[in-house]
Structures are given as structure tokens and as C-alpha cells.
Design a protein around this ligand. Structure first.
Ligand SMILES: Nc1ncnc2c1ncn2[C@@H]1O[C@H](COP(=O)(O)OP(=O)(O)OP(=O)(O)O)[C@@H](O)[C@H]1O
Length: 577
């Protein structure tokens, strides 16, 4: 927030001082009423400088002048308060925007390797609910600090009016503060619990939505609902605890503070025989100071209520920074010649996943990766897509090392057809064009992509055509149509490399047909990398890479591989190809 904080606090002090000076004018006002129209600057404690100032500029201390000066102070206070409130809104929104931008950018730059180890519940909870709680924490913190400043300003004014009285009230106030400290600590603990439970709850919720069909069909939806309810109950318990401590704080503040003031006034008048006028002026300031002190306690407690969210988001931002994707500077605008992997090794933790991989892929070649489950096909393609970095060995594109390349530019040249088609909850047009503006040129490109993906006729037949909604996760269209729409999105993009991560055993014959059709149709136009589980889809590949336990066992055409590799032959026989 830098200088913005100081400006805000400066404005705060101005409001407090102007208000204080306005209040000071009440004393001469009372005196004027008592002394039939005249007063002096005496008996004002150290605050007599205001009346002296008035006299110095030729304003006699009579009723109209005192009223006028008082009015001016309050008008100036009004103006300062307006600037302060509006500036507070500006600064607050700046804070919210910066925080949201930081989390959005942090997530966009998070490396894929780090992402897969993150818990989706934590990410979801932090980015939605927790950001909201942090904004709440910020507001309470800010207001609490503002109240603190006001307490300071009014206490100073009270000191200037009657130092002895002010000192006694402060000592009394501080000794009662230990109760508030105990409560604040307990609130903080409960707040951290809420954050932890929030992550769990969001995680369960995401899974419930994601696996709804399975849970429903198997009757597991109800036990899962019980798990969710348990999590809700835990959150409720912590919220109740926070409410309980808040209620104690809220109820005990006033009696405690008034008790302190009563005792101090009694001590002052009984033992020190103090001037009641100055005690009253000091008390007037103290009344304001104490009101702000109560608000301070309240807002500080609310701040602590959300402090769990604050440390969580700071930790989250730190972790995003720690796992930021490392990117080179060289920008490869187009893929021209070949991709090469030389002596590549990769491990997840200590487990080796790929070993001594040597592979060269020419532009516009169609390569399929086959091998038993867990042999490293997806990991290899993840490396080629720049999602994960090699541990040892070299990965070059057109002779440039992946370490020197700006992989974001490389990824712009890639189309990725994932096992589960990615469908956004929006219209066909927005899904395919990724929210491109509807210019005649883009519409034309959109229909061409649909034709290439063999889905144009289906979309033309829809009542709202390209404006037809696809529903959440594409629920309004079939699995095969989802697949074709996601293929169309990749073809709409101007790409060089098309990665097809074929669905595993759940592959239905329609999807299999679509993939085969697309491979035949697109072969030679793009560099196509297929992670294949069904050998039927790879017959037309130029070369097949056979992987086993993270090593390349053989690379050849389908027919050659059947001849030379007993392992591949066995796979073909097993799939009754
Ligand atoms: N994020 C990860 N963390 C740890 N290990 C992983 C991770 N992803 C994959 N692995 C492991 O790496 C190995 C290779 O996995 P990979 O997904 O590349 O295999 P695959 O050949 O594509 O398998 P499938 O055909 O079942 O999709 C497996 O043993 C897997 O358990």
C-alpha cells in the first residue's frame, strides 16, 4: 500500500484534530453563558492556544465569534471526513484488485509440476472464499488502525486539557485490557480452524460436483453428503466459538470502560480536588477516545476473526512465488523443423519415470506413444508440451534448448485434445473461439474449424446454432460431440503441434472413430503426437514409439513394429486388432 497508508492516516489525524478543536469551543461557550457574554483563554489547560489564536487575529472572545469558529472547525472536519472516506474506498479497492491480480497471475505462472501436488480444495477456497475473508480482514484492520489513531488524537487532546485525569484513565484502561487480549487469542485460534475446514469443505464440494454421476449411480452420494455435513458442522462449531468470544467482548467493553472513568473521577474530585470544568473537557475527549477504543476492540477482534485467512493467503502467495514456472527469453514464433530429446531423464520425487530418452520428431510427422499403463507416455508428452522440465538431458525445438525458450510462446503453438474433453459452460461459439469477438473473419474461421472437426452439421441443426449453450461441463451434448467441439477449438487456433491424449479404457467406439477420422484427416498438416491406449487409433501414425518402464523399447511404423517387436505384437493380439 506504500504511501497510500500514510495519506489515509494523515487524513484521519486531520479529522480527529479538527473535531477536537471544534469540541474545545464548547468550554468557552459554557463560560460565556455563565459569565454573561465574556470569557478569557484561561482555564483551558494547554488548549488555550486556540482562544489565544483567535485573539491574536483580532477575533474578540464573544458568543458570535466563538460560534463562528466552532462552526468553521466542524465544516473543515466535514470536508476532511469526505476526503478521508472517499480516499479509503479508493485505497480499499486498489488493495482488493492487487490481491486478486496477484493470485490470478500467481496461478497462471504456477508450474505444472507444482500444480499437480496442490490440493484443489485449497486453491478453490483460497481464490474465492478466502480472498473475500481477507478483504474483510483488511477492512477491519484498516478501520481498527483508524480508530487507534483517533484514540491517540483524542487522548492527546484529553492530556492537553487535564494531564493527571488523562493519565489515570489510561492506566485504568490498560489494566482492563488483559481480558481483551485473552479473548483475541482464542478468536485467532478459531479463525485458523475455519480456514482449514474451509479448504476441506471446498475440496469435497468440487469432488461431489465432479463425480456426481458416479456417486448418484452407486448410492454413495448420501454418505458423501454426510461427509460434507460433518465439515459444515465443524465450521459451525468454530464460528460459534468466535461468536461467543465476540459477544463477551461486545458486552463487557462498556461496563469496564465506564467503571474505569467513574473510579478516576471519584479519585480526582475526592483526593486531588480538581477543577470540574477541565475534568469535563478532558472527559469529553475521553468519551470520544473511549468510543473509538471500543470500536477499535471490535474491529480488531473482527480482524482476528479473519486472520486465519490472511496467513493462509500470504502462505499461498509465497508458495505460488516459490513454484513459479521458469521461462527462457527466446521466442519461437513458428515451429519450423524438428523437436529433439537427447538422453532425457525425469523423476517424480525420487521415482524415475523416464530414462535415457532419445527421440527426434520432424515437423508435420504423426507420432504415437504406446506402452502399458504407467510406462511414461503422458509424462513424455508433458515434457514435449513444456509442462514439465527435464531433469537430465536435452530437449530442443528447432535447435533451441527448452531452457532458453519462452515456453509460453511454444505452448501457444500447441493444440491439446485431452482425455476428458474440456468444455466451458458457455456457447458453442465461445467454446471454439475462446471468447473471440464475433467479427465476420472470426465467424468464418469458426465454421471452418467446425467443418474440419466434422461437427458443423450438428451445430447448424441446433436451434440457436453457434449461440447454443453447452451447459456445465458440456452436459447438454453427447461425449462424442464434446470431443469434436474440443477438437474444433484446437483447430480454430493457429497451431503447429496437435497433442491427442486418447481416452483410456472408457473409450467408446464413437470417440475412437472421431480420433481415427481426425488423425487421417489432419495427418501431414500438423505435427501430431498421440498418447494411445487403443492401437486401432495409431495405425495411420508415421511412427510409433513403444515405451516400457520409462524407456523407449522401439520406434517404427505400425507394420514394422508388429514384425520386429514381440511386445508390440502381444499388445496387438491382446486388443484383437
Ligand atoms: N504427478 C505425479 N506424481 C508422482 N508420480 C506420477 C505423477 N504423474 C505420474 N506419475 C507416475 O509416473 C509414471 C508414468 O506415468 P504416466 O502417466 O506418464 O504413464 P502413462 O504411460 O501415460 O500411463 P496411462 O497409460 O495409465 O495413462 C507412473 O508410474 C505414475 O504413477
Amino acid at each position: 500500500m506504500k504511501y497510500r497508508l500514510f495519506i489515509t492516516f494523515g487524513l484521519n489525524v486531520s479529522v480527529g484534530l479538527l473535531d477536537g478543536f471544534g469540541l474545545v469551543m464548547f468550554l468557552p461557550l459554557l463560560k460565556l453563558a455563565d459569565n454573561e457574554g465574556s470569557t478569557t483563554s484561561e482555564d483551558m489547560g494547554k488548549l488555550d492556544f486556540i482562544l489565544k489564536g483567535m485573539e491574536a487575529i483580532g477575533l474578540g472572545l464573544n458568543l458570535p465569534h466563538v460560534l463562528m469558529v466552532m462552526f468553521i472547525f466542524f465544516v473543515l472536519k466535514g470536508i476532511a471526513r469526505f476526503i478521508e472516506s472517499y480516499y479509503k474506498t479508493i485505497v480499499q479497492n486498489f488493495f482488493i484488485k492487487s490481491l486478486r491480480f496477484k493470485t490470478i497471475d500467481g496461478l497462471a505462472h504456477l508450474s505444472y509440476k507444482a500444480f499437480v501436488t496442490q490440493d484443489s480444495g485449497t486453491i478453490q477456497n483460497t481464490l474465492s472464499g478466502e480472498v473475500g475473508r481477507v478483504v474483510g480482514a483488511y477492512n477491519s484492520y484498516f478501520t481498527a488502525v483508524q480508530c487507534g489513531i483517533m484514540v491517540f488524537v483524542y487522548s492527546t487532546l484529553a492530556f492537553l486539557a487535564n494531564a493527571q485525569f488523562a493519565l489515570l484513565v489510561i492506566v485504568g484502561g490498560m489494566s482492563s485490557n488483559w481480558i481483551f487480549n485473552i479473548i483475541n487469542k482464542k478468536t485467532k485460534v478459531a479463525s485458523h480452524k475455519i480456514t482449514r475446514e474451509g479448504h476441506l469443505y471446498q475440496g469435497l464440494l468440487i469432488q461431489k460436483v465432479g463425480f456426481f454421476k458416479y456417486l448418484k449411480a452407486t448410492g454413495l452420494v448420501h454418505p458423501f453428503a454426510d461427509k460434507l455435513k460433518q465439515s459444515v458442522e465443524n465450521i459451525e462449531k468454530s464460528n460459534k466459538a468466535i461468536g461467543f468470544y465476540g459477544a463477551i467482548l461486545y458486552a463487557s467493553k462498556e461496563p469496564l470502560i465506564i467503571g474505569v472513568v467513574v473510579i478516576v473521577i471519584l479519585v480526582q474530585t475526592t483526593f486531588f480536588a480538581q477543577n470540574m470544568g477541565l475534568i469535563l473537557l478532558s472527559l469529553m475527549f475521553f468519551y470520544r477516545a473511549l468510543t473509538f477504543l471500543m470500536s477499535f476492540q471490535g474491529f480488531w477482534n473482527t480482524f482476528l476473526t479473519s486472520s486465519g485467512a490472511l496467513s493462509n493467503i500470504l502462505e499461498f502467495l509465497k508458495s505460488l512465488r516459490r513454484h513459479k514456472e521458469k521461462c527462457g527469453k527466446m521466442k519461437l514464433e513458428r515451429f519450423q523443423e524438428k523437436i529433439r530429446l537427447e538422453g532425457v531423464n525425469f523423476r517424480y520425487g525420487t521415482v524415475p519415470v523416464l530414462q535415457d530418452i532419445d527421440l527426434s520428431i520432424r515437423k508435420n510427422e504423426t507420432i504415437a506413444f504406446v506402452g502399458e499403463s504407467g510406462s511414461g507416455k503422458t509424462t513424455l508428452v508433458n515434457i514435449l508440451a513444456g509442462l514439465i522440465a527435464v531433469d537430465h538431458g536435452k530437449f530442443t525445438i528447432d535447435g533451441i534448448s527448452s531452457k532458453d525458450l519462452d515456453l509460453r510462446v511454444w505452448q501457444n503453438r500447441i493444440g491439446y485434445i485431452t482425455q476428458e474433453p474440456v468444455i466451458f459452460s458457455d456457447t458453442v461459439y465461445h467454446n471454439v473461439t475462446f471468447w473471440a469477438p464475433k467479427t465476420p473473419e472470426n465467424i468464418n474461421r469458426f465454421w471452418k474449424a467446425l467443418e474440419k472437426a466434422s461437427i458443423a452439421d450438428f451445430v447448424r441443426g441446433l436451434e440457436r446454432q453457434e449461440e447454443a449453450p453447452l451447459g456445465s461441463n458440456g452436459i447438454l451434448v453427447s461425449g462424442g460431440q464434446k470431443q469434436r467441439i474440443s477438437i474444433a477449438r484446437e483447430l480454430y487456433k493457429d497451431i503447429d503441434v496437435l497433442i491427442m491424449d486418447e481416452a483410456t479404457s472408457s473409450l467408446d467406439s464413437e470417440t475412437e472413430k472421431i480420433i481415427k477420422e481426425n488423425i487421417v484427416q489432419l495427418k501431414g498438416q500438423y505435427t501430431i503426437l498421440i498418447v494411445a491406449h487403443r492401437l486401432a487409433t495409431v495405425k495411420h501414425a508415421d511412427r510409433i514409439v513403444l515405451l516400457s518402464n520409462g524407456c523407449i523399447k522401439a520406434i517404427d511404423s505400425f507394420n514394422q513394429l508388429v514384425e520386429v517387436s514381440p511386445e508390440f505384437r502381444r499388445m496387438v493380439v491382446l486388443q484383437e486388432f
